[in-house]
Design a protein around this ligand. Structure first.
Ligand SMILES: Cc1ncc(COP(=O)(O)O)c(C=O)c1O
Length: 401
């Protein structure tokens, strides 16, 4: 007999609720913010401002690229990357259906059309073969999202993109620490965009983003879009004010950069903790009938996951209840979890139903019906990890066919 579930009146695995994410921060972040406070220089455009510059230099080193341009969000970095790629009206950009909506709507902001291509059943990221089928004479770029730190099959994607002359812009919002066949995620395509929003591996005190690239020309356009369209090309005066394109004010502030710089200084430690926690929970969840772990499906020595959350799939034909109920049951056991459901499935949004061509997406549809995200962050204790494993095991047993 399965144990009585908390959702049915049984005793929960834990009496409080384990939060879905928690920022790791402390005195170094506070010190950075106080330094800016005391300096009285808050905006990055002033000659004596230096925190954004310092952060950009440190981020470029972390990412392994020549350039890192700080932005106000991952979304604004994404928009700038599309402009830098020359994407405009009449163009199409291939994106995965499973991702945060900005990956697709920034294509609309750039005046082009987002085209959804289906994901791979194992990586749950863009399937390069489906990308190839979605290419038309109008396709200009593709945005592979390394979802939850699991890398897209980049060798195949680069060969499809190369064959069709597409610019590859990696979405690294979740890919801190992800390595694909010896190369860091974000160094494989022409550009990469990162998010520093609060729920990500690093944060700039709530919001922020970065665009990385090795290409001087792309970096100059990205800087220009970030700062009102001012000329940032070779030979342009550093304090120049010539407007050469439609840009915006997408700048990060000095205080945010100071916070993010302190976060960056602890990133290796945070990633090591995340990896250890992920490994522990994956081990604990192995062998649960009907449960699919992306990590467990990928015994791949040639990749290293940069974990953002722990995605788990409850096989839709293996349980007596739909995902909604399983997810609520986990919550009742005290483990907050987030279903992808409609929010992160592009075609469920009215905007994309109207503005992007219909697409056949059977795998993404299925993942959407099966996937929920479990907590994963450095400050989880051993007891927290055990509770996540116990709650999933208990719920899976409670609804086993
Ligand atoms: C995959 C993905 N891409 C892009 C973004 C956008 O980043 P931001 O929230 O910093 O604008 C997010 C953030 O939620 C994301 O998850």
């Amino acid at each position: 007999m399965a144990e009585e579930l908390a959702i049915d009146g049984g005793v929960p695995v834990r009496s409080d609720r384990l939060p879905f994410f928690k920022v790791t921060y402390g005195y170094p972040e506070l010190r950075g913010v106080i330094d800016v406070f005391e300096s009285g220089v808050f905006g990055s455009v002033y000659p004596d401002a230096h925190k954004v510059l310092e952060f950009e230099a440190a981020f470029a080193e972390f990412a392994g690229t020549r350039h890192a341009v700080a932005f106000s969000s991952g979304t604004t970095a994404q928009h700038a990357s599309l402009v830098a790629a020359g994407v405009g009206p009449g163009d199409e950009v291939i994106v995965p259906p499973l991702t945060f909506s900005s990956t697709a709507y920034t294509v609309l902001l750039a005046g082009a059309t987002p085209v959804f291509a289906d994901v791979d059943d194992v990586t749950i990221c863009l399937d390069p073969a489906r990308v190839e089928s979605a290419v038309t004479p109008r396709t200009r770029a593709v945005v592979p999202v390394h979802w939850f730190g699991y890398p897209v099959e980049m060798d195949e994607l680069m060969s499809v993109s190369g064959a069709h002359g597409l610019t590859v812009i990696e979405d690294c919002a979740h890919a801190y620490g992800t390595v694909y066949r010896g190369r860091k995620a974000g160094t494989i395509g022409a550009m990469a965009c990162w998010s520093l929003q609060q729920s990500k591996v690093l944060t700039a005190a709530g919001e922020g983003g970065v665009l990385t690239t090795d290409d001087d020309g792309l970096a100059a356009v990205a800087r220009s879009v970030c700062d009102h369209g001012k000329d940032k090309g070779p030979g342009a005066a550093l304090d120049g004010y010539e407007i050469v394109r439609v840009g915006n004010n997408y700048r990060l502030t000095e205080m945010q950069a100071a916070f993010a710089l302190a976060q960056l200084q602890r990133v290796d430690e945070m990633l090591a903790a995340r990896r250890a926690h992920l490994g522990y929970m994956v081990e604990g969840l192995r062998g649960v009938e009907g449960l699919r772990l992306v990590e467990g499906d990928l015994p791949r020595p040639d990749i290293e996951v940069g974990p953002s959350y722990l995605p788990v799939r409850f096989d839709e034909v293996a349980f007596t209840a739909p995902l909604d109920r399983l997810s609520d049951a986990l919550d009742a056991e005290g483990v907050q979890n987030v279903r992808i459901a409609d929010d992160e499935f592009g075609p469920s949004h009215p905007l994309f139903r109207e503005m992007s061509p219909p697409a056949d997406l059977p795998i993404a549809e299925r993942v959407r019906r099966e996937l929920t995200l479990l907590p994963l962050y450095p400050d989880m204790t051993g007891a927290d990890l055990d509770d996540v494993v116990a709650a999933v095991r208990k719920v899976a047993a409670g609804y086993a066919l």
